[in-house]
Design a protein around this ligand. Structure first.
Ligand SMILES: [Zn+2]
Ligand SMILES: [Zn+2]
Ligand SMILES: [Zn+2]
Length: 265
């Protein structure tokens, strides 16, 4: 539902050529994903545009929220899930550190207060005990968390069948890399060309890609440094020039808001 970095794109008050682009693919909301079939609807991250994303992508119910980590661009739209929690609370799954931050940042949700206009009803679940051998089952969807590091923060990626969604990381532990074994589709944080202290840049993301089995790859959490069209050219060039021959027979594309992956469970 979103493919942009924390500023989104266009960036407020930015007059750069990329922010002025008329290509709809250069309008990047904050990064998030929707996992949906006939029976189940799960959202990964509720950033500041969650309301707009829910309207744009027609979310009518919500069975669970998976949270990657607690940065504002991934959780600050959480209040808007209240419309989905009138009858029963919505389960939220994440790592220990993120759940503690959610309790703190959204303290009103967990206090007994006069409700007024309403507040979301949620239940928090720590994912530390879910593994490939003991996956999390949410109605028709089976998935498991992938531990990652995002600077000093714990960030959680998610594997659903043949697909993995890994955003906001600059380190993927060896054990987590093994959890990607057999994937066909990979969405991975590739912030920009220059290095960053808490995100993979393009080359670092592609190094990780080269160690996986993913045939179809999308880089996400993109800044305004490049338009979608420019990124397509850049990634095609990187496949040839990075010295990673295993990238040659893969599709490597920039993510854009609204792109769809058909997941095999
Ligand atoms: Zn982020
Ligand atoms: Zn700009
Ligand atoms: Zn982050």
């Amino acid at each position: 539902m979103g493919s942009g970095t924390s500023h989104g794109m266009p960036v407020i008050a930015c007059d750069c050529a990329a922010c002025k682009s008329k290509d709809p693919k250069d309008n990047r909301m904050r990064s998030s994903a929707l996992i949906q079939d006939d029976t189940t609807c799960i959202v990964i991250d509720t950033g500041p545009e969650f309301r707009i994303q829910a309207l744009r992508f027609g979310i009518k119910k919500l069975d669970a929220v998976l949270v990657t980590h607690s940065h504002a661009d991934h959780i600050h739209g959480l209040d808007d899930i209240r419309v989905f929690s009138k009858e029963k609370s919505v389960p939220i799954y994440s790592n220990t550190q993120t759940l503690a931050d959610i309790r703190n940042r959204f303290d009103y949700i967990f206090k007994c207060t006069q409700e007024g206009g309403g507040k979301p009803h949620v239940e928090l679940f720590d994912v530390k005990n879910y593994t490939p051998a003991n996956p999390l089952v949410i109605k028709s969807v089976t998935l498991f968390p992938i531990p990652m590091k995002h600077g000093c923060l714990d960030s959680t990626g998610w594997r659903i069948g043949n697909t993995a969604y890994l955003t906001d990381l600059n380190f993927l532990p060896e054990q987590s890399l093994q959890m990607l074994d057999g994937i066909e589709n990979l969405v991975i944080d590739g912030l920009r060309e220059r290095p960053h202290t808490t995100h993979f840049n393009f080359d670092e993301a592609l190094q990780v890609v080269s160690k996986t089995t993913a045939k179809n790859v999308w880089l996400t959490h993109l800044t305004h440094d490049f338009t979608n069209e420019q990124l397509k050219v850049l990634f095609a060039e990187k496949k040839r020039t990075l010295g990673l021959p295993s990238l040659l027979n893969r599709s490597i594309e920039p993510a854009y808001d609204g792109f769809v992956i058909e997941i095999k469970l």
